[in-house]
Design a protein around this ligand. Structure first.
Ligand SMILES: Nc1nc2c(ncn2[C@@H]2O[C@H](COP(=O)(O)OP(=O)(O)OP(=O)(O)O)[C@@H](O)[C@H]2O)c(=O)[nH]1
Ligand SMILES: [Mg+2]
Length: 271
């Protein structure tokens, strides 16, 4: 695929050019700011701990060369504006104000990096679908998003968030077809599943899976709700695999003395 073709078929990603609350300037990888923690939300069900509790906001990147140089693996979150990308990141981290959640579509304008573990990142990308002017879209794709998704070696997989009430929009298809040739995995979160009845959820999940069966790249699909915290463990299993982290979602809720006791037991058994 030539570069111009690539960009022609790139999704009409853009963001409303209203001011963001998050810092806007790109920050050099050498001078990364101290990560900022969000507000920790205690899990409702203690057995259902937040899978990425150490997540912290790291930096906002406006130029690809400013992306963290130490990254070993990262996962990007993309989707239509207002689909629930930032909410999903907050939910996975168990924090309320980590990724900026907005009622105004298109507020996330650059690449927002979140550190989830040493040298492992979540990247919140601008939402597509709210372009003010086509030129803005082109510029954003030419300089940042297109190159990021195509060339960032540390990017292990792409999470595409779709509102479960309106999945697979034209722009979702453009994104899927544009990213599939990279050969990297895609995981679709059908967000705001709480807005659907149980029956509608099952029907939507089945239909989207069937539609994506012929995409020709590894793609998985699941229901997700940040409001009800459904689908968190399923999403975490995929993301941890991509990031090379062991899937031990409940590790944070295990008191240290129990972990130490288990460790001692293991050592005893090894002797
Ligand atoms: N009912 C319900 N609402 C949700 C859910 N997730 C997000 N929302 C709402 O949807 C709106 C958009 O959520 P965001 O997380 O800001 O969406 P986004 O995709 O990051 O939006 P942009 O950054 O503007 O592209 C907010 O009003 C959220 O409260 C969910 O699981 N259920
Ligand atoms: Mg957002």
């Amino acid at each position: 695929m030539s570069n111009s073709q690539t960009l022609k078929s790139a999704p009409k990603t853009s963001a409303k050019p209203s001011p963001e609350k998050r810092p806007r300037s790109a920050v050099s990888a050498k001078k990364l700011p101290k990560p900022v923690s969000g507000v920790v939300v205690p899990p409702k069900d203690p057995g259902h701990a937040h899978p990425f509790p150490r997540t912290e906001f790291l930096t906002t990147v406006a130029r690809l060369r400013d992306a963290p140089g130490d990254a070993v693996a990262e996962v990007a979150f993309v989707g239509r504006s207002n689909a629930g990308k930032s909410s999903a990141i907050n939910t996975l981290a168990g924090k309320t104000r980590l990724a900026y959640v907005s009622k105004t579509p298109g507020r996330t304008q650059h690449l927002n990096y979140f550190s989830v573990a040493p040298d492992r990142y979540f990247v919140d990308l601008p939402g597509y679908g709210f372009a003010k002017v086509p030129e803005d879209v082109r510029k954003q794709w030419d300089t940042l998003l297109g190159p990021y998704l195509q060339t960032r070696e540390q990017l292990k997989g792409l999470v595409i968030i779709m509102d479960s009430r309106r999945p697979l929009t034209e722009m979702d298809w453009q994104m899927l077809e544009w990213f599939a040739p990279t050969g990297r995995e895609i995981h679709v979160l059908l967000s705001k599943a709480d807005k659907l009845s149980r029956q509608e959820q099952t029907k939507t999940l089945r239909a989207v899976k069937a539609d994506l069966a012929d995409l020709g790249c590894p793609v998985s699909v699941q229901l997700f709700s940040s409001l009800k915290r459904t689908g968190v463990a399923e999403a975490a299993a995929v993301l941890k695999r991509w990031l090379g982290l062991c899937d031990n979602t409940n590790v944070e809720s295990v008191p240290p003395e129990i972990t130490e006791a288990a460790q001692r037991m293991e050592e005893d058994n090894a002797e």
